[in-house]
Write a protein that binds this ligand. Structure first.
Ligand SMILES: Cc1cc2nc3c(=O)[nH]c(=O)nc-3n(C[C@H](O)[C@H](O)[C@H](O)COP(=O)(O)O)c2cc1C
Length: 230
């Protein structure tokens, strides 16, 4: 399948979260051939949306002639959008949010009621798209941490969406933490294999992946300079 990875970490390849994303993609490749394109969002010229709504009235052309024009076509050619990002202030990093704002040209101004709420009617066909969020964070657990980002992603992409959140993610960039990160990345790779076949991850596996790798007090002590991992 065509996979577009949107790496929202300003650390590019050195991103903690990209360790998780790469393991997931390895699993997808285990299951079959994949056509993977990767964008480091920080490197692209993406002007902020001005809120003029021109794109929603004129058939979908933004007033900005920047990298987003090509990215929108890449999105429409994809089967899967994989958003890989660190949690920043309980949400996604600003450049990635800026890119998502600029997806507006795919929608028209027309609104429709869906159940008890409203959504815009699309003006391009993106019904084949699936959406995957892989996010990591620096705190030792996910409580009072990932909720806003998960809700935002769920509202943005109500259908065909899967969400993976991993606490303690700076450990993925620490070679001394490999005894605990390697088994976790093996689980992530298994999740990638499953996802490539079904666009879903077994709930029990997902819960394992999203749980802390080491007890929160141990992690906190390490971060605070008290203890080194074995
Ligand atoms: C500006 C900023 C805001 C952050 N906000 C949070 C946060 O709200 N919750 C959290 O657990 N970690 C937070 N972190 C920590 C990062 O999520 C964490 O270091 C992550 O592993 C970085 O991933 P990356 O290397 O892929 O960019 C923040 C880091 C920065 C730089």
């Amino acid at each position: 399948m065509n996979i577009l990875v949107l790496n929202g970490s300003p650390k590019r390849e050195k991103s903690d979260v990209m360790h998780i994303t790469r393991a997931f993609l390895d699993g997808m490749r285990d299951a079959g051939e994949q056509n993977i394109a990767e964008i480091h969002v920080i490197d692209r010229h993406i002007e902020p949306c001005t809120g003029c709504f021109a794109c929603m009235h004129n058939g979908g052309t933004c007033i900005h002639d920047d990298d987003m024009r090509a990215i929108l076509e890449q999105i429409l050619d994809s089967d899967l959008l994989l958003f890989s990002f660190p949690l920043y202030c309980y949400g996604m990093p600003a450049p990635l949010k800026g890119l998502i704002d600029r997806i507006l040209p795919l929608s028209s101004m027309a609104m429709q009621k869906v159940g008890d709420h409203y959504r815009h009617v699309g003006q391009r066909d993106f019904s084949r798209l699936h959406y995957l969020m892989i996010s990591g964070c620096g705190f030792p657990n996910s409580m009072h941490n990932f909720e806003a980002a998960v809700l935002q992603f769920s509202l943005l992409f109500p259908h065909g969406r899967t969400i993976v959140t991993v606490p303690e993610s700076p450990m993925f960039s620490a070679p001394e933490a490999e005894p605990v990160t390697a088994p976790r990345l093996a689980l992530v790779r298994e999740a990638g294999r499953q996802y490539a076949k079904t666009f879903a991850i077994d709930e029990a596996l997902l819960q394992q992946i999203c749980s802390p790798m080491i007890p929160d007090d141990v992690y906190t002590a390490i971060v605070n300079g008290g203890v080194k991992p074995n």
